[in-house]
Design a protein around this ligand. Structure first.
Ligand code: PNS
Length: 160
């Protein structure tokens, strides 16, 4: 039996913290699907196409990881992919309540699906897509915080 996990998120944009989690999980599951939410409510900096492309470019050479987009209920997508696990990163206590609520709601909706939490390297504990967008918008350096393709596109987008 092949074990599949789904790593969902907005990834606006993907950061080195996300990548750290994805690389760790890729060693634990046969197949890992990074699933980008087609966010209709949130105003995203990057389009769904850009976010998917940036993740694909950042994950070149990782054979068992796929990148896809999804909408609707996450657990329905998980079931459609034949997966039994949702993978999420957890950085600090401040993430816990939000993650706990989502994990328990998802369990209520799909009792057969478990959420697995991994911690990134401690140097990424403070890192978030929101802060990366803010630093980039204000002209600060984002190298070392995001993969190179993301840093390039951020620079292009933020040029006055
Ligand atoms: O990176 P994010 O924005 O924290 O990811 C949030 C995400 C995409 C995991 C969450 O918003 C989600 O699963 N959305 C899909 C809709 C859904 O299933 N909602 C109920 C989950 S409790």
């Amino acid at each position: 039996m092949t074990s599949t996990a789904i790593c969902p998120g907005s990834f606006d944009p993907i950061t080195n913290g996300h990548l750290d989690i994805i690389h760790r999980a890729a060693t634990m599951f046969d197949r890992l699907v990074v699933a980008v939410l087609r966010n209709t409510e949130k105003q995203c900096l990057f389009s769904i196409e850009d976010r998917v492309t940036l993740i694909r470019e950042s994950l070149q050479g990782v054979p068992n990881v796929e990148v896809d987009a999804f909408d609707g209920l996450l657990v329905e997508y998980v079931r459609a992919k034949g997966a039994r696990h949702i993978l999420r990163g957890i950085r600090a206590l401040s993430d816990f309540e939000y993650e706990f609520q989502m994990a328990l709601m998802n369990r209520r909706l799909a009792p057969e699906v478990d959420t697995v939490f991994l911690m990134p390297r401690e140097e990424y504990t403070y890192l978030s897509s929101r802060l990366v967008r803010e630093v980039a918008r204000l002209g600060g350096p984002v190298e070392g915080l995001v993969p190179a393709p993301v840093a390039r596109l951020l620079k292009e987008r933020m040029q006055p």
